[in-house]
Design a protein around this ligand. Sequence first.
Ligand code: MLT
Length: 270
Amino acid sequence: MHIQIDNFSMYYEMMGSGIPVLLIHGYPLNHAMWAAQISALAEHARIIAPDLRGHGDSQPAAAPMGDPKTYSMDLHAGDCASLLDALGITEPVVVAGLSMGGYIAFSFLRRYPQRVAGLILAATRPGSDTPEAKTNRQQAIEAARQSGIEAVVEAMLPKMLAPITYENRPQIVEKVAAIIRKTSLEAVVGDQRGMMERPDSTPLLPEIHVPALLIHGADDQIIKPDEMENMQAAIPTSWLHILQDAGHLVNLEQPEKFNGAVRNFLAKLA
Ligand code: MLT
């Protein structure tokens, strides 16, 4: 379904009833990365899974304030809040984000603390970019500008999955490649610039008082397990699940275990 949000038409999927769970996808992806969660978790909650601006079936649109080419984490978080407003969802929601979706979840929590009933943070980190990470993002922007989305597929795909998945599960590899190919160049550039500028959310962690479920793949090549362990230690109300045979896209590589952890978490919240 599409809905007009500020200056663009946003695509989202919504299914089920009960406590609202907002699923925020990572970079350079869209709601389809949550396909194995949307229908399975809709038996327990009202699942809302948007495509962020410029991703999947959501239109690319310049940021209306600040640098128009930068999709800041605050901009994406504001779009998610506008979506909830447009859907008439005023009660607190569970905010779930994977990787960049997690960076956006931190921004959502900072901006709208009263709208958050719980957090699910998958394969993400609270810290901001190192100088080296910023340089890598600048190079990724240049490569995408020169060679288009295939440069992004080539650079990201092998890192996003566990080596065991990449080598043995071609259907997953193809599915992720197809998802990446639906990302606009505006979003590739905008997200990279937004992530480059994101603030350090580490000081926020001890202030988190809502229940927080942390899920990580043991073979994640982008976020190391100790980053998630340190985050778990810093959030007083959190639990960490590390899933074997899963990389960065832990929800897609181990959907049953991932969904099981989320179901238990939602039962605790209820
Ligand atoms: C993601 O999966 O969202 C990105 O890899 C996060 C990042 O580039 O920091």
